[in-house]
Design a protein around this ligand. Structure first.
Ligand code: ADP
Ligand code: MG
Ligand code: ZN
Length: 475
């Protein structure tokens, strides 16, 4: 039997506000346990939540960037469940009337474009953190994270392969990071994904029963977990069994998913509107103001880099991977470098060197202006491409101006024909056989002579001048 997978993702993104969603406590990570708490986020009786406006603004940014309709009125709901990381025994979320609905996001997999529907975006508060100590038989609870603002983004079941799921996640992450509303760190859990997956016989319209996968903390793991789960469900069906609706945990060590619990139903949570919070009313003026302040998003930037700079799609994709990297590229070009040369230097030399040192583009020892100057020196023939790489290495170490490096290290290109003639004469004398063959018409030996001369001059000779000289002297 041939099957097709159906996948829908629920993403929880931690919003980069300074304070929590319903109180003034700090959201800073890394404080001693329970330091960033107050009666509100500890759920003391009689306290009242006050909504953080920034949270709403950030969520509206995400909604607009993913083409959602922002609701004029949305409602806060209590999602009730008992667990020690949730001091109120309910989580304030949005349920029946979320902030935004009906959006979409375009992805590309193996050159094919596809539009993935976004069902809804809503805001909610995060729970605390439990730390288990099995050796002592104790569990600890840290409420610092309690009340940290989250945004949940639910996709339509439009994804069909694990690759599409990974592409969707990456595209979504890039957008949120570009918008400056989430740091997008999957490993640290500020960008988390639950993956819902079912399979159906190819050609069948109705969806199969889904499993919900949790505990994947990288794009790679989301993809691997989905691949495993699709195989597992296929084996169940092929054996004449039935997939049960449940929540399964990805075990990255064992490379498989394990059943955690039966899937809870919405009615288990006894959702009801939170009587402590007014409905959230968002006027069109506010939405339009936020829309007008949106930055250029990755997709638009990519298209502009191809269009305006004539870059290949591949280059545009690499250079727009982050806003600071794209800004750096544009600064190099603005300082006078050709776009393709700038792109080549950044992609092959700079990113490689930064990566080796575990540095971000914002920590580059080489400023955009200096890189542009280096490229200009190659263009003008002041230094060869080979020497330029040497100069680049020095610039990585010292952050110096390329001109200064060239002068200090005596790396200037030698174009003086008198000096180069002397070098060539020495090479001719040492290689009489090659000289004879060249004179007899073996033109390929040009490369040999130029290569030897470059070696002698440690790459500083101007190859074009060498070419001319060999022709003149042996012609
Ligand atoms: P819940 O909170 O119960 O998991 P949500 O509506 O928040 O429900 O999320 C459901 C997710 O599961 C959505 O991303 C949706 O696209 C996806 N989904 C729904 N039905 C299926 C199915 N049969 N197979 C795969 N994914 C599904
Ligand atoms: Mg779910
Ligand atoms: Zn608090």
């Amino acid at each position: 039997m041939q099957y097709e997978a159906v996948i829908g993702l629920e993403v929880h993104a931690q919003l980069l506000t300074e304070s929590k969603i319903f109180c003034g406590c700090s959201t800073k990570f890394g404080a001693p346990p329970n330091e960033h708490t107050c009666p509100v986020c500890l759920g003391m009786p009689g306290v009242l939540p006050v909504l953080n406006q920034k949270v709403v603004e950030f969520a509206i940014r995400a909604a607009l960037a993913t083409h959602c309709a922002v609701a004029g009125k949305s409602v806060w709901a209590r999602k009730n469940y008992f667990y020690p990381d949730l001091p109120k025994n309910y989580q304030i979320s949005q349920y029946e009337l979320p902030l935004a609905e009906h959006g979409h996001l375009d992805i590309e997999v193996e050159g094919a474009a596809k539009r993935i529907g976004i069902t809804r975006i809503h805001m909610e508060e995060d729970a605390g953190k439990l730390i288990h100590d099995p050796a002592q038989g104790h569990s600890y609870v840290d409420y610092n994270r309690t009340g940290t603002p989250l945004m949940e983004i639910v996709s339509e079941p439009d994804l069909r392969t694990p690759e599409e799921a990974a592409a969707y996640l990456k595209a979504l992450r890039d957008i949120l990071v570009y918008l400056n509303i989430c740091d997008g760190n999957m490993e640290e859990g500020s960008f988390r994904c639950d993956a819902n997956v079912s399979i159906r016989p190819l050609g069948q319209e109705a969806f199969g029963t889904r499993a919900e996968l949790k505990n994947m903390n990288s794009f790679r793991n989301v993809q691997k977990a989905l691949e495993y789960e699709i195989r597992r469900q296929r084996a169940v069906l092929d054996d004449g069994g039935q997939v049960v609706q449940e929540t399964r945990l990805w075990d990255a060590q064992a490379n498989k998913t394990l059943s955690m619990r039966g899937k809870e139903e919405a009615h288990d949570y006894r959702y009801f509107p939170d009587p402590d919070l007014l409905p959230l009313v968002v006027g069109p003026e506010w939405v339009e103001r936020i829309r007008s302040e949106l930055p250029e998003l990755p997709e638009a930037k990519r298209a502009r880099f191809v269009e305006a700079y004539g870059l290949p799609h591949y280059d545009a994709g690499v250079l727009t991977a982050s806003r600071p990297l794209a800004d750096y590229f544009e600064a190099v070009v603005a300082s006078g470098a050709g776009a393709k040369a700038a792109s080549n230097w950044i992609m092959s030399e700079l990113l490689g060197a930064l990566n080796a040192e575990g540095k971000e583009i914002t920590q580059s020892p080489i400023s955009a202006a200096h890189l542009a100057k280096l490229i200009g020196m190659v263009d003008s023939g002041a230094i060869s491409g080979k020497i330029a790489k040497k100069v680049f290495g020095e610039m990585m170490l010292s952050g110096q101006d390329p001109q200064a490096v060239v002068e200090e290290k005596g790396l200037k290109q030698v174009s003086d024909s008198g000096a180069l003639e002397a070098v060539l004469q020495r090479i001719f004398e040492a290689n009489p056989g090659q000289v004879e063959q060249f004179k007899a018409g073996k033109d390929k030996l040009m490369g040999f002579f130029v290569g030897q001369a470059m070696k002698e001059t440690k790459g500083q000779a101007n190859p074009a001048v060498l070419n001319e000289l060999v022709k003149k002297l042996l012609g």
